[in-house]
Design a protein around this ligand. Sequence first.
Ligand code: F55
Length: 821
Amino acid sequence: MATAIKKPLTAAQFKKKVLQHLNFTSSQTDYQQDPTAVLRAVCLTVNEVVYEKLTETNQYHKEHKSRSINYLSLEYLMGRMLSNNLHNLDLFDVAQKAVANLGFEIEDIFEEGHDLALGNGGLGRLAACFLDSLATMDFNAVGYGIHYEHGLFKQQFHQGRQIETPDEWREYGNPWEVCRPEAVQNIPLFGHVETIANTDGSVKKVWHSGQTIKGVPWDVPIVGYNSKTVNVLRLWESRASSHFDWEQFNSGDYQDAHSAQNHAETISKVLYPNDETDAGKELRFIQQYFFCACSVKDIIKRYSQQHGNDWSQFADKVAIQLNDTHPTIAILELMRTLIDEYDFAWLDAFAMCRKVFAYTNHTLLPEALEKWSVDLFNKVLPRHLELLFSINEYFLNEEVSKMWPGNDQMRRRLSLIEEGETQMVRMAHLCVVTSFKVNGVAQIHSDLVKSDLFPEFDQLYPEKLTNVTNGVTPRRWLKACNPELSKLLDSKVKVDWAKDLSSLSSVAKFADDEKFQQKFMAIKHNNKIKLAEEILASTGVEVSPDAIFDVQIKRLHEYKRQHLSFMHILALYRRLLADPDYDMHPRVYIFGAKAAPGYYLAKEIIYAINKVADKVNNDDRIKGKLKVVFMPNYRVTLAEKIIPAADVSEQISTAGKEASGTGNMKLALNGAVTIGTLDGANVEIAEEVGDDNIFIFGNTVDDIKALEANGYNPYDYYNNDEEIKACLDWLHTDYFTPGKPGELSAIAHSLLDGGDPYRLLADFADYAKANIALDKAYKDKARWARMAIINTAKMGKFTSDRSIQDYVDNIWKLTPMSSQG
Ligand code: F55
């Protein structure tokens, strides 16, 4: 395969450098017993190449005054970096050889690395995939985020229940980051606003803050795959602005001097672990402002270094993408800076914001739409609140009332402020009003954003709402995690498919080729053997690689309906108990999911799955036909092991609830067949692979609306479906929790008296039917192999390179490095 970029080091040179780092940087001459020291030395070696490229990238963009995209996200779920960086630099083989020469397997060295888990789920992982694509495609991009001391909690199970422990990802340092003291920022908070009358009758507003926090940037280099670029992810850490109040300290008030420091450092201490509900906590709000203010100041500083005080090109050179509403406050911060610090007229500042910001919506769930109380705004950011009110006044008078004259109801509905007992700021409305583009993350989701979430905004701003379907990076999610399949694809596809994923479509012609099928399925089988070892090690459960590996990996949430699969497992178990010869191919259900620590029902679902797993896995009567494993501490690194081994991908959310999903893409890319609803990107996956190569079931968005219009009653299903009734009743007994009846009742309660908010029972029968069809398909080896191959071959659309190209063409309007001459 042709590689455009020359290998920067030979294996011998690489080894020499690793030894140098072991000797001189780590003073570690006795490295034979210490894979951690070797990991560190390998990372430092890679960094030598990385930083040289970073300098060249910066130089280029400085010279060309390139337009940049600035991606603002509270979350980045990067996973481990070493393997990815080696692949992207084309140094994998070199490092493997060098490390082997030192007496280690490269995989064992990787295992010493920590995940950078600075995110919850899909939204954070999407940001990570986008950074990879931006660097690969040579775009000038900076990711901005928070340098959390603790990322997403680690998960353990104690007697089946989730226990959370802190994530200590950088306890002993992180080789991939570098501190940039020269780019420190100071961030004001609290205080009051003074109004000063100018001689010409106008007024000047001065914000006197009550506290200042220091923002310290840590840069993580983002290495493009086979490209010229190394970009950075800049993560802000909060510190007390003067390290200590020495006066206070010297006067003996040691405790108070410390507590100011503690308060400042608390801001970047921990990632909020909620993935779909807004925590509504003051500290979260301060986190958001802290990182937005640091980032906006940094963006302005970078611009000024090239353009001085000439603001005329700002909107031509800078685009800022808001990853959900979490960084919305950046809009008000830019507005405030332009008016208060650069003397912009209000209208000019507002017009500038409207040219610079774009917003991505990731959810339609009402509980995830962020609102902050006006009181909190007033306390923490009094000046920003004034500006928010002024934007609202302009928007309601100049835009809403002109479009719908005399319509007070419309003013109330669209206002940036929700009236009520406590006034709340609607962050999504501020985003829509002040962004030049708003995108959903899959076609069906974007359509629903237009028709159901923001129909009036769509009328008011006809071209603003748009779609960019999500994607995943094939570098991490195929090339690095599934080396055997990658090699097979290399042998059939003559271009570099990792950079041009649609080229995989040429593999479809081998879908019926017996030899190719055998090779493809042998690789799957090998991956399953490896995963079976991992399952045994982490759960103690023995599973057969000859069984169907049925995978559901994602955050735990009622709308994702892990409990639909759980109910179906109960049904299968019942069928097997009633008839031990019940005809089904052995199946292993593999779950991976973290529940938000405060999400009661999600935790009950984990517990129930674990309890049923205990019973089923140890029941000889069913002859090993059914196994259930819940792998603890699901994270990027575990996903990289599970996905290559999956036969079946469970994507079973209630239609209309999953904005896109991205695990669905990763699994299909690795040859898993989807069983799923017509929700999120499943719809587009079905279009790509064709109806014969996916199992679609259940109510559509329109069906669900119709069910609800007719008055949804879960008891209709309970009373009319003997299997549903039996499974739900089972949960009240002590069958799975001996001596403790009712321990699993919460699920049954939610599905019956709780109204079954995610319409699980309405989809149960069709899901069970689709599973019978799936079982039949699996038993036909050639048919299944064909389906699996077609899935891999038809995933070209879902590379994050295509998503980024869509953003670039329709939203950001960037030019890549190579095309700038
Ligand atoms: C995190 C914090 C808050 Cl306060 C709210 C939501 C989240 C979060 O993690 N959301 C999230 O992951 N959303 C997911 O985004 C993916 C990428 O677009 C989608 O594929 C997925 O459908 C959506 O649920």
